[in-house]
Design a protein around this ligand. Structure first.
Ligand SMILES: Nc1ncnc2c1ncn2[C@@H]1O[C@H](COP(=O)(O)OP(=O)(O)OP(=O)(O)O)[C@@H](O)[C@H]1O
Ligand SMILES: [Mg+2]
Length: 362
């Protein structure tokens, strides 16, 4: 019996995307089936290059083809990705080349929001996604420093459109509210001013094509933050917290703020979860144990991950060389990469849940 496209599709319809809970054929992910004699090649187009289950899905495809097709020879599966466009209409109008926007927020200051935002952005870019980062923290823009960009870089205009060109570093496109401020001039921000500045970042910056545009929001859940999350059309949000009780109370406020404006919560990142003493290897839960995890369970929100307090993470921020870029093999960088992939998967799930259903027959 000769091998046909239908047989390959039938085999691949036995493979599920574990995040989207549908098979690859129904999800429309199977591309370019090629059959030469007994050899089979196919491409699987995932919804993000940062898919945490890429290797598993590839292996499942190979096994399904082996199992379903008698006498199959060589099997070559190519994994590719096309990030899904958010179904948010307003986003498509305001940011036409941008597929997804993600706000990184925290109920209170100093919990590591900017550190997490920067490293998640770099991690997604390292996985091959096109990523932009907007530092919208009016109280203290810190991302330029964390990415090794000085406070007052020259901003160029795109010749064709007249729009501002974002800076580029570590494979990211970057704009910071700090670039718009005069040096050393104190600014008292009010909601309309902050939303005006953020609107300018969305409409007057030449972002080009982006899979993910990440916003580092000012800490807290006051009027300004609420105005910003109403102004930015968002695919989803990430809330950063420490495991402490006092932080947890503020996380609930942040979650409520996003719910008020109908922005899905992609997940919680628990930062400064524990400290491993480098000399003894002993673990200390300095800010308490599992606060973010318990809260995620209680609110039925995904816990994207728990990050330790670690000198490399801090030094990465201070030196302008994010740990995921500078020390990608370190335990801490691996944890951040894992979190970034979970985030990408959650965003795919959010987009998928509002996508029209496709039913394929063969
Ligand atoms: N996991 C970590 N391990 C060690 N140091 C960390 C970690 N996370 C953040 N830090 C350090 O803690 C400080 C505060 O972090 P960061 O600026 O990211 O917090 P933030 O929530 O953005 O603060 P703000 O509310 O001021 O915007 C920084 O010096 C950063 O390097
Ligand atoms: Mg910050």
């Amino acid at each position: 019996m000769s091998i046909t496209n239908e047989l390959v599709l039938k085999a691949l319809s036995k493979v599920n995307d574990p995040d989207l809970h549908k098979d690859l054929v129904t999800l429309g992910m199977v591309r370019d089936i090629k059959i030469e004699g007994n050899n089979v090649a196919a491409t699987i187009e995932l919804t993000t290059p940062a898919c945490p289950l890429k290797d598993k899905i590839e292996q499942d495809c190979i096994e399904a083809i082996k199992k379903e097709i008698d006498g199959v020879g060589l099997i070559a599966i190519t994994m590719s990705a096309k990030v899904q466009q958010s179904k948010n209409q307003r986003m498509n109008e305001i940011l036409p080349g941008v597929k997804n926007t993600i706000a990184v927020a925290s109920g209170k200051g100093g919990v590591g929001k900017s550190t997490v935002a920067v490293n998640l952005a770099v991690a997604l870019a390292l996985d091959g996604a096109k990523v932009g980062l907007i530092d919208a923290d009016i109280y203290g823009p810190s991302i330029p420093m964390m990415l090794g960009v000085n406070d007052n870089p020259k901003i160029y205009q795109d010749a064709a459109t007249g729009k501002m060109m974002p800076l580029e570093n570590f494979g990211l496109k970057l704009m910071s509210i700090g670039f718009l401020l005069e040096e050393d001039s104190p600014v008292i921000w009010r909601g309309p001013m902050a939303s005006g500045a953020i609107k300018q970042f969305m409409s007057d910056v030449h972002w080009g094509e982006l899979d993910y545009l990440i916003f580092d929001l000012p800490p807290g859940t006051g009027d300004i933050q609420l105005t910003l999350v109403q102004t930015i059309p968002l695919s989803g949000s990430v809330v950063v917290t420490t495991p402490q009780d006092v932080s947890i109370i503020d996380v609930k406020k942040a979650v409520r703020m996003f719910q008020r404006v109908n922005v899905p919560i992609a997940g919680i990142v628990e930062n400064m979860s524990y400290f491993i003493a480098p000399d003894t290897g002993k673990r200390y839960d300095i800010f308490g144990t599992d606060g973010g995890k318990k809260l995620a369970d209680e609110l039925s929100i995904p816990l994207l991950g728990q990050l330790p307090i670690n000198q490399n993470i801090r030094e990465g921020g201070d030196s302008g060389k994010p740990i995921v870029f500078n020390k990608p093999e370190s335990e801490q960088a691996k944890k951040i990469i894992e979190i970034s992939r979970k985030l990408a998967a959650e965003i795919s799930k959010i987009n998928f849940s509002s996508a029209p259903k496709i039913e394929l027959e063969f």
